[in-house]
Design a protein around this ligand. Structure first.
Ligand SMILES: C[S@@+](CC[C@H](N)C(=O)[O-])C[C@H]1O[C@@H](n2cnc3c(N)ncnc32)[C@H](O)[C@@H]1O
Ligand code: SF4
Length: 368
């Protein structure tokens, strides 16, 4: 089967941004911390164009994974971001103890969820106590780390269940940090819900659809036609209010969804801006160091535990707690340097030792 091209309309910097007002954050809250990143429009567009061209070349010729070009383009949208990505990649290649720059953070604003998807640890195997991260913790993460380029306000759990979800997105956006979220799409039952999401300042929202029709309904326990209606409702609201938020649809590729692969791409045409598949996390012996430790990203779990990788769903690789330290301190701190050294030396702690992904020609592995 041919490699699936991930589809994406060209990513252009919006001519006027933001067109929507941030309704969910008190301007007083950000008055003392807002970061100004004003650059003339034509320079920003040139910068974005050069970055996009470079990322495509790198994906094709260096990584030999053309299917990840779109995903990388979403995250790496400026020459500055490319510089940081190259610095991190060189550090990985040379297996340095220190990596170059922390650029993004996944913040698990909650590990609670209203679904029990069959492949997800959250309501199946997770041992951690379910909780909601206080807004002030989220705020501290951003305030203490002004170099962050983007934040993903979710990890294991449904972010839209958090009562401060909108406030958190708006806070990050108002600080000049790009925000991308992933959701199960259950919380968009009315036009008002959809408009609120469209106006909150998200760069991109990814809705999870594990297969289509009955496949999805069986795996997620949420009727696919309802998901579809909710996403269509969001699409209409987005276009109505003139929001720039992109819509992605994502499917976990595994035995139970594989037969739906082509239908998944076809089903969302005209609704989503981009359709992707990601591999199921599986067990398997690790034989090489994992790029993730150098890539420029950290994860903060709902209780503030900092871990280097989203696969570490129980926080076994804990590097500290955000209450006592900052991400910048952790990024090249003693614990993460020791972990990089141990990967370099071929000694992999749990869960790294048994981390692999579903093998398929339609999707590249991420944790290599
Ligand atoms: C954990 S969910 C959190 C966000 C939201 N609750 C959702 O379902 O979209 C984030 C993404 O991880 C995917 N996911 C869940 N379990 C997985 C697994 N075992 N392997 C790979 N991806 C998984 C989900 O399908 C979703 O796209
Ligand atoms: S909706 Fe998301 S977090 Fe909840 S069980 Fe499914 S994959 Fe896990």
């Amino acid at each position: 089967m041919a490699q699936h091209e991930v589809t994406e309309a060209p990513i252009a910097e919006p001519a006027r941004r933001p067109r929507v007002r941030y309704r969910d954050v008190d301007p007083e809250e950000i008055a003392t911390t807002a970061v100004s990143r004003r650059v003339p429009g034509f320079l920003r567009r040139l910068d974005a164009w050069l970055a996009r061209a470079t990322v495509r070349l790198v994906a094709r010729s260096y990584l030999r994974k053309p299917d990840v070009a779109d995903l990388l383009s979403i995250k790496i949208r400026s020459l500055r971001a490319i510089r940081h990505a190259i610095g991190n990649e060189l550090a990985f290649r040379k297996r340095r103890e220190r990596s170059h720059r922390l650029t993004s953070v996944n913040v698990e604003i909650t590990n609670s969820c209203n679904l029990s998807c069959t492949m997800c640890p959250v309501n199946t195997t997770m041992q951690r106590q379910k909780r909601m991260m206080p807004f002030d913790t989220f705020r501290k993460i951003l305030d203490d780390n002004p170099g962050l380029e983007f934040v993903l306000p979710f990890q294991w759990g449904e972010p839209m269940l958090h009562r401060d979800f909108y406030r958190m997105v708006a806070y990050a956006r108002a600080r000049g940090v790009r925000v991308m979220a992933t959701s199960n799409g259950t919380m968009l039952e009315t036009d008002a819900d959809a408009e609120r999401l469209a106006r909150c300042g998200l760069d991109r929202i990814t809705f999870s659809s594990d297969g289509i029709g009955d496949t999805h309904t069986r795996i997620r326990g949420f009727d696919w036609s309802e998901l579809r209606e909710n996403v269509e409702r969001f699409r209409r609201a987005r276009d109505r209010v003139g929001s720039d938020t992109k819509i992605d649809i994502s499917m976990v590729l595994m035995d139970s969804t594989r037969a739906d692969l082509d239908a998944h791409f076809a089903a969302w045409e005209g609704i989503a801006d981009r359709v992707q598949v990601i591999p199921l996390l599986t067990g398997g012996e690790r034989t090489t160091p994992c790029r993730e430790l150098w890539r420029g990203s950290l994860v903060v779990l709902a209780d503030g535990t900092i871990t280097p990788c989203c696969v570490d769903s129980e926080g076994a690789l804990a590097l500290g707690n955000i209450a006592d330290t900052s991400l910048a301190e952790v990024w090249n701190g003693t614990a993460l340097r020791a972990l990089r050294r141990s990967h370099r030396d071929g000694s992999y702690p749990s869960p790294c030792a048994n981390c692999d992904e579903y093998e398929h020609e339609s999707v590249s592995k991420r944790f290599q």
